[in-house]
Ligand binder design. Sequence first.
Ligand code: FAD
Ligand code: DHB
Length: 389
Amino acid sequence: MRTQVAIIGAGPSGLLLGQILSRNGIDNIILERQTGEYVLGRIRAGVLESVTIDGLKRAGVTENLEKHGLIHDGCELVFNDVSYRVDFEKQVGRHVVVYGQTEVTRDLMAAREAIGATTIYEAKDVALHDVDTAKPYVTYTKDGQEHRLDCDYVAGCDGFHGVSRKTIPADILKTYERVYPFGWLGLMADTPPVSDELIYLKHERGFVLCSQRSKTRSRYYLQVPLTDKVEDWSDERFWDELRTRLGPERSANLVTGPSIEKSIAPLRSFVAEPMRYHNLFLAGDAAHIVPPTGAKGLNLAASDVLYLSDALIDFYKNNDTTGIEGYSERCLKRIWGAERFSWYMTNMLHTFPDHDAWDKKMQKAEFMQLLNSENGARLLAENYVGLPY
Ligand code: FAD
Ligand code: DHB
């Protein structure tokens, strides 16, 4: 089998890239380790920046987003008992859209199916070969049979645990990492959200995020120790803990109900440089991870994909390799900005087990700067709605 671009992974990065390339006449095949249902079952992001919406427009999949996406022009930050509303519209004249990653993925999968582009699900033992030559190829097994896919380029869109990044020789790839001593326990329920806007809240017992997917579907997250398991958290325990951290006034509006999903995600900051090795490109979580505080992961994946699709279109249409050569540098500039913001939000709003009295005072001073300085608030808003791309 042969294609122009072999894409590894059918998460949002791989699907968005595939759709934009196909619409520009560039042939591509996606190899995905899991089934489509499994990919859709992973509940993750909920906040889209304009860069992601631009990407979806270029992929031609905004019909559902326009119908069901919720425009949010602010969010609430709470530090112990002090509350501050960040007004994105007032500060920077922009907003974000609340629309789930599951829905983005479903829309992209449907569009790919409609144009008849190939996705091979349950492709096992994917391995990349000769990516440093003009004739790269990918091997995989499907239903016990080995297959070979020849291509011009490989796009590694296979997430943090994928094979693509590991194909780059260790003496070329430099990685930077920070692991945080806690995770997020997420719960989805078909109940109306506790508030119209998202709430990021720091409590002595740990961080809380009150998010949503619609006017009738809530998504909540609680900071939990890394040693906790989902089985330790009955719905009842989750709602009790959420109520305690929200306090009596906020939880007066809390409507509880049976969970439809519960999962724990560890928090990590990670960047791999460079993001291109000869004819292999990394995009999305394959190259970088942000802790979810700040809602940047999916949005960074979208900006990588926009840069990569521009580069590949320029090469195939105009034989211009400038975009390909500058891909890694272009992406990394935006990535480090989002890494800083996610790290800052995580440090400001979580309860760290090893923090001493000094650290706690600094955390509070960091928060108070938002209330005391328009510049501080504007910087936060500017980062939250998304840095320029
Ligand atoms: P992935 O979604 O990880 O997709 C990679 C795909 O590759 C997967 O389908 C995987 O099965 C496949 N794969 C892996 N290995 C192989 C292999 N060897 N062979 C073939 N296929 C393979 N981001 C935001 O922007 N906003 C938010 O609000 C937000 N909230 C989040 C909340 C949580 C709890 C979590 C965990 C993440 C959140 N994120 C958020 C981050 C966001 O979900 C990710 O950044 C996003 O999924 C990255 O997409 P991706 O396609 O690069 O990687
Ligand atoms: C959601 C997740 C985030 O990490 C975030 O910052 C905002 C919203 C969500 O899943 O809704």
